[in-house]
Write a protein that binds this ligand. Structure first.
Ligand SMILES: [Zn+2]
Length: 256
């Protein structure tokens, strides 16, 4: 059974030069739609272990663990009785974001450990999004191990519970990435707009659909289905993913 996995980033009103933001108003409209149409949230762990079948399920995920998720998305999800999965970059917990384009006036922050713990206590799933958010295809084997295994250990130490899922920065991975993820004890991994459901690497390259600003409800509804129109939207996502990687590159060049 197809279970849509949605990928969000920031949920805030602040303007920014990027596409990965959703306004709280837009987010609430989407969650309300899910609620009114009989969707129930499930976790990645329950999904890959086959505990989510039989009902209309959706998996809501947040990459990068921005503070705006805690402040804006969490209360909305709670109101409609939904839970989500948040992917934490361990080096950035409680810190300012240093790679996205943003206006200096509105510096963007990442959740601190207390906020992440609160989400965990409210039934959210917490996964790793590596230590420092590199493109995993472009780093040495040694660094790859560090990014994947150490981030898992850090989160487990803070939360005192096992971390079984990871989300690849920029959705980028290869065969070596998957080997390290498996050997490090993860049970599932998420990509972003790179693969169609049920690819040969299941469940270590779970297909997610990003939700972006400027998308009308019509497009959001498409993301919940597995029909061919939805796959057309996936091509657009590949472009967004590419843009976000280039954006990070430009920011890195600027700060050097
Ligand atoms: Zn990310």
């Amino acid at each position: 059974m197809f279970v849509p996995i949605l990928a969000y980033h920031k949920v805030q009103n602040q303007a920014e030069l990027g596409v990965s933001n959703t306004s709280p108003k837009q987010f609430e409209r989407q969650i309300k739609y899910l609620c009114q149409n009989g969707f129930k949230s499930t976790s990645i762990e329950d999904y890959v272990k086959g505990r989510s079948f039989g009902d209309k399920h959706v998996i809501i995920t947040f990459d990068d663990a921005y503070t705006s998720v805690f402040e804006n998305a969490f209360p909305i999800l709670d109101k409609y009785n939904f839970k989500a999965t948040i992917f934490v970059i361990t080096k950035f917990v409680g810190e300012y974001n240093s790679w996205d384009y943003h206006f200096k006036k509105f510096r963007i922050t990442h959740c601190d450990w207390e906020q992440i713990k609160e989400l965990r206590n409210k039934g959210w799933e917490v996964g790793s999004h590596t230590v420092s958010h590199p493109n995993l295809k472009k780093i040495s084997s040694r660094k790859l191990w560090f990014e994947i295994r150490y981030s898992k250990e850090v989160i487990e130490n803070y939360l005192n519970s096992e971390v079984t899922t990871i989300s690849y920065p920029f959705g980028s991975y290869n065969g070596e990435t998957i080997d390290v993820v498996k050997s490090s004890g993860y049970e599932a991994a998420c990509t972003l707009g790179h693969n169609y459901p049920y690819n040969e690497n299941f469940p270590f390259a779970l297909f997610r659909r990003g939700v972006y600003c400027f998308e009308p409800m019509r497009v959001f509804k498409l993301k919940l289905s597995n029909n061919s129109f939805a796959h057309v939207d996936d091509l657009r996502q590949k472009a967004f993913s590419w843009i976000s990687q280039k954006g990070m590159l430009l920011q890195a060049l600027k700060s050097n």
